[in-house]
Write a protein that binds this ligand. Structure first.
Ligand code: AMP
Ligand code: GLY
Length: 417
């Protein structure tokens, strides 16, 4: 059964590995007509037409969608959501997958989410909000350790410091412009949980476990994510059920009660503490590289699912999942995340794909002579399925080793027990 009865033209916003995975899956649907992606990348260009568009400008995106007869806009990253792109599209009558600007505050303001959790009794770390870094200075100077210092607003994954000394906390504070949230530190394994909702129906998606630090053994600087396994082995069915009833459901209820119902994908970053799952943060979009693992496991029709979610008909679509495990390994430019060195040639990607994995592109460009070159921090995400983690990781690592790239590095312990 499908909600759509004939193909629609789709515009995807974004140009990372997450958007390549979404475009790859959308392209497989017989319900996808033209597929456009702004800005896209060299990998996305193989499945979609890449276009130039100011993706955080609601008026520009809406005008483009109307001019091109777009039947669905799928927003990849958070910035267009927080900027109100979905609101403008909806006002113009264009179905859009993602939350309104008001609902995207769940990612756009950490203080907003903490206040919501407090009011609804949702388990999360204790916290205090401050209007500026200067106001938080004394509190951080005397806070018991470790102390967690966060920028309130969007910070492209760079706004969080878990400080082991008060001096480190103050140094992190000095880098923040604008409002601040200070939290107590939680400990335990982390897991990410995804749900899709149209404001009425909730579709529970598989979990994933990211590897955020740059180097093996969870060392080095924090990154956007160096690799993922799905499902997250530590999030047992019982813990997943608790996270749904204690965290996700009350959040969605509070958003609806406030007159700003949440729609789109809600990504909960959880810490599995001795007292049960606690919310670390929400994201109002798919994760990157989590999406690269999830799309490999999705057996349903992504075009129909996202259209149904965007038009309030999520209850009418089937969302099925492969029982297999997915492992995704990110291949990043040397120097990532601090100062990635770009422009180096990436070769032999086809040999990796020939082993039966998907190689999703993030920061890649095609040079005039046809060579594939690194054009960003995270460059490729190699995604493999297997009957269990060890089978999937063996395949993913065999494939990544086929790629010839002197300017890149990857973690060797993604999914290692
Ligand atoms: P974020 O950028 O919000 O995803 O946070 C980055 C990482 O900081 C998380 O994945 C956690 O590992 C860590 N973190 C954030 N908040 C806390 C907290 N309250 N206690 C301990 N670790 C935290
Ligand atoms: N991989 C973490 C994120 O997308 O936020």
């Amino acid at each position: 059964m499908s909600v759509l009865t004939s193909p629609i033209d789709i515009l995807v916003l974004g140009g990372g590995g997450r958007e390549h995975a979404l475009c790859w899956k959308l392209r497989q649907s017989p319900l996808t007509g033209r597929l456009l992606c702004a800005p896209g990348n060299a990998g996305i260009a193989a499945v979609a037409d890449c276009v130039d568009l100011a993706i955080t400008d609601p008026a520009a995106v809406t005008a483009f969608a109307l001019n091109h007869g777009i039947g669905l806009v799928v927003v990849g990253p958070e910035d267009p959501l927080v900027a109100g792109v979905v609101d403008a599209l909806r006002t113009a009558g264009v179905p859009a997958f993602g939350p309104s600007a008001a609902a995207a505050q769940l990612e756009g303001s950490k203080g907003f989410t903490k206040d919501l959790c407090r009011a609804a009794g949702i388990p999360t770390a204790g916290y205090r909000r401050f209007a500026s870094a200067a106001d938080a200075h004394h509190y951080v100077a005397v806070h018991p350790l470790p102390v967690v210092v966060k920028a309130d607003g969007l910070a492209a994954g760079k706004g969080v410091t878990v400080a082991d000394s008060n001096e480190e906390g103050l140094a992190a504070l000095a880098d923040i412009h604008g409002a601040v949230v200070i939290e107590e530190a939680l400990s335990g394994p982390e897991a990410s949980l995804f749900v899709l909702t149209d404001g009425k129906t909730v579709s529970v998606w598989p979990s994933a476990q990211d590897h955020k630090r740059a180097f093996d053994g969870d060392t080095g600087p924090n990154t956007g994510g160096m690799g993922v396994i799905s499902p997250a082995p530590r999030l047992t069915p019982a813990l997943k059920a608790r996270a749904l009833t204690e965290i996700i459901e009350p959040t969605l209820a509070a958003m609806a009660a406030a007159g700003t119902p949440y729609t789109g994908v809600l990504y909960a970053g959880l810490m599995l503490t001795a007292d049960g799952p606690k919310l670390i943060e929400y994201n109002c979009r798919f994760g990157d590289p989590e999406a690269q693992a999830l799309m490999l496991r999705l057996d349903g029709d992504l075009t129909d699912i996202l259209f149904a979610c965007a038009t309030g008909r999520l209850a009418e679509v089937a969302v099925d999942w492969s029982p297999e495990t997915a492992v995704t390994i990110v291949y990043a430019s040397m120097g990532y995340p601090l100062k990635p060195i770009t422009g180096t040639i990436v070769d032999n990607v086809e040999a990796a794909e020939a082993l039966g994995v998907q190689v999703f592109h993030a920061g890649t460009k095609r040079r005039a002579d046809g060579a594939l070159v690194a054009a960003g921090g995270r460059v490729l995400a190699i995604s493999a399925l297997g009957h269990d983690i060890s089978e999937a990781r063996a395949l993913a690592y065999a494939a990544i080793r086929k790629i010839r790239w002197h300017g890149g590095f990857f973690r060797r312990d993604i999914g290692k027990a």
